[in-house]
Design a protein around this ligand. Sequence first.
Ligand SMILES: Cc1cc2nc3c(=O)[nH]c(=O)nc-3n(C[C@H](O)[C@H](O)[C@H](O)COP(=O)(O)OP(=O)(O)OC[C@H]3O[C@@H](n4cnc5c(N)ncnc54)[C@H](O)[C@@H]3O)c2cc1C
Length: 439
Amino acid sequence: MTIIGGGASGVLLAAHLLRDPASDIRVTLLERRGQFGQGVAYSASQRDHKVNVPARGMSAFGDDPDHFWRWLQARNYPSPTGSWVFVPRRLYGVYLEHVLEEAACLRPGRLIVHAEEAVAVRQSEAGVETVLDNGTSIVSRHAVLAVGHETQPARGRGIAVRIGSERDTPLDPDVPVMILGSGLSMVDTWLSLAQIEHRGPILVVSRNGFLPKGHHDVPALPIDAADVPFGTNLPYFMGWFRALIAETEARGGDWRSVIDGLRPFNQRIWQSWTEHTRRQALRHLRPWWNIHRHRLPPEQHERLSAAVADGQVELIAAEFVGIERHGAGVRATIRPRGSQERQAVDVARVYDCGGVTVDVETSSNPVIRDLIAKDAGRPDPLHIGLDVDENCFVIAGDGKVSRHLLAVGPLTRGRFFEIEAVPDIRKQCADMARHILDA
Ligand SMILES: Cc1cc2nc3c(=O)[nH]c(=O)nc-3n(C[C@H](O)[C@H](O)[C@H](O)COP(=O)(O)OP(=O)(O)OC[C@H]3O[C@@H](n4cnc5c(N)ncnc54)[C@H](O)[C@@H]3O)c2cc1C
């Protein structure tokens, strides 16, 4: 088995494949950055960049939920709230590296890692040849695309910058800046600006002007599958969901319990919907869903709310229209929500946190580009990832399901939707490992 990509998904899959002492599988893991287990999320260097799932939910193994927490305790990680703690993301990357090392020690000689980039995959009747950037190739029975998040921004290209990137040169701390997007990446950017003691106004522009909600330590509501309305239209589903929240709150409960209680069913709900309903959900439900589902550690939520209350962070509900250079700074054009009028806003810098490209047809990743160009893969119907079947085998342009090439993690969001966070990815990896080893 060759795994292309050594971020969280690639490492979790390798660990799950090597866990069974009876299997004779050999795994080759390729990672172009040379750092295993980090990927986009867990390479964050700042201590303030925390995981957004408490430690008790971040074990590499669903059937050993305390694995991560035990690892933290063995390192005397201070936590007055026990396993309900949000650790720096970089530390989680170190844990994943440890998970990989543990897997390698458990099965000596069965894991090979290469700091190389895969540029193409060629499939045959017998298996897959993975072609590397250095001109060599690796042949295996199966290959898995664990290439994760696209790194290319979806908009504001060329002028908007990423915080901490080479183009993010030092700024006067009193100048106004704009952040596009108001999700968790915006929070990372705001924390980085706070770290360098930026004092100027921070204008946060997003379509709805929503901020992510904060976590509370509340139990998930037990929900019976028989009570979940699968396969309905969106208004009916939302009516049921809102009523369940109202009922829970009327009993003194918390809406978070309902969101968390529904989580085991999210993939089934998504898959039970028609393409039309999924499209509607992406357009109308997703912004609301994201702020309730992907929540902030409580202390970060309090800090951010205080920054909004004292005016340093200003939330603007507006559509982003475009940007151009203006003198030494940038002129951004936005259209405030509910208005037809465009408005020009001059700031010193625009930070791009407005999401990344998810359409694989415009991927910057060579292996995905090659797959699409050769028609050996295609976007899912909503163009939010790569089309795969229920077992994660890649579907070619002509609809034929591959017998040897698979994908894991965020790339499979068209079929699974809820496949961004570790608890969902580790389950996908465990299921895939079982399927491959059984075969
Ligand atoms: C900023 C941020 C914070 C997050 N925080 C959390 C959190 O706190 N908790 C949580 O559960 N989830 C979090 N997530 C969700 C996150 O999607 C997953 O937890 C997980 O990190 C996804 O890992 P991945 O390996 O699929 O993707 P990535 O992290 O994108 O890793 C993919 C890896 O593949 C490598 N690669 C790509 N192409 C090639 C190639 N052609 N050849 C070789 N190597 C290649 C890349 O270098 C990269 O290291 C966060 C996401 C982001 C973006």
